[in-house]
Ligand binder design. Structure first.
Ligand code: NAD
Length: 256
């Protein structure tokens, strides 16, 4: 379905971003990978699906590096057709103890980076009259949890940005939507499980059950593969008129 298209997925060396990159590659899209850590592993996993892969290591907190990545991606593949704003970090602390440096980093990586990639990708998408912008927000873009001030503010902001971009592109072939996962067992969440186990002196298994039980009625993690399939749907012709939605895949979290 996406043969000949190019998808750039920020933060795609791990977790949800890698899951989405693989799902889009299975549909034939060439992939621009971004992120830190196991770059070679991610590249090999996507290349194994038979598409072309280009990696750029832009730090998504740095607008000039983002500009360089968007320029390099366009040079390599001609255009970015599908933009998935996924890179994100977490930090947990009460608001009066929240480190100013962590606040600034979360707003920059989880929110401002999507503004930068979007403003840079849109002109070519509009010129081609086709494009898909998919923002990986969170159920925390819809509801809050204590101790996550920066993350919740950034994700609510990202849902707001999604709606504005959807309105500004409403009469074009470009759509912009957000995905709002509940718990997904990636390194980002594993850290929170480990912290809970250490704080309460309980096993990892018990901490996982507690984490799910507090928020997610299904008592199941959403998987990167399931989120990848939702991204594929947003890229399909059936989703041509899906605009500005914040689609939760959260085991019932936000239904409570
Ligand atoms: P992860 O830690 O597995 O992956 C994060 C990715 O972002 C990695 O590739 C990492 O290298 C990259 N990254 C981090 N800082 C970066 C930076 N400054 N510049 C470039 N890349 C950077 O986490 P994940 O759980 O897969 O999270 C992906 C997205 O999904 C995030 O936006 C997160 O907020 C969101 N999300 C996650 C969950 C969950 O339960 N895991 C739930 C809802 C939303």
């Amino acid at each position: 379905m996406l043969k000949g298209k190019t998808a750039l997925v920020t933060g795609s060396t791990s977790g949800i971003g890698l899951g989405i990159a693989k799902a889009l590659a299975r549909q034939g899209a060439n992939i621009v990978l971004n992120g830190f850590g196991d770059v070679d592993g991610a590249r090999a996993a996507v290349e194994a699906l038979g598409v072309e892969v280009f990696y750029h290591g832009a730090d998504m907190s740095q607008p000039t590096q983002i500009e360089d990545m968007m320029r390099a991606a366009a040079e390599r593949f001609g255009r970015v057709d599908i933009l998935v704003n996924n890179a994100g970090i977490q930090h947990v602390a009460p608001v009066e103890e929240f480190s100013v440096e962590r606040w600034d980093a979360i707003i920059a990586i989880n929110l401002s980076s999507a503004f930068h990639t979007t403003r840079l990708a849109l002109p070519a998408m509009k010129a081609a009259n086709w494009g898909r912008i998919i923002n990986v927000a969170s159920v925390h873009g819809l509801v809050a949890s204590a101790q996550k001030s920066a993350y919740v503010a950034a994700k609510h902001g990202l849902v707001g940005l999604t709606k504005v971009v959807a309105l500004e592109t409403a009469t074009t072939g470009v759509t912009c939507n957000a995905i709002c996962p509940g718990w997904v067992l990636t390194p980002l969440v594993q850290k929170q499980v480990d912290a809970k186990a250490a704080a309460l002196g309980i096993s990892n298994e018990e901490a996982t059950r507690l984490l799910l039980g507090e928020k997610e009625p299904s008592m199941q993690f959403t998987t990167p593969e399931e989120l990848g399939e939702l991204a594929v749907f947003f890229c399909s012709p059936a989703a041509n008129n899906v605009r500005g939605v914040a689609w939760n895949m959260d085991g019932g979290w936000a239904a409570q």
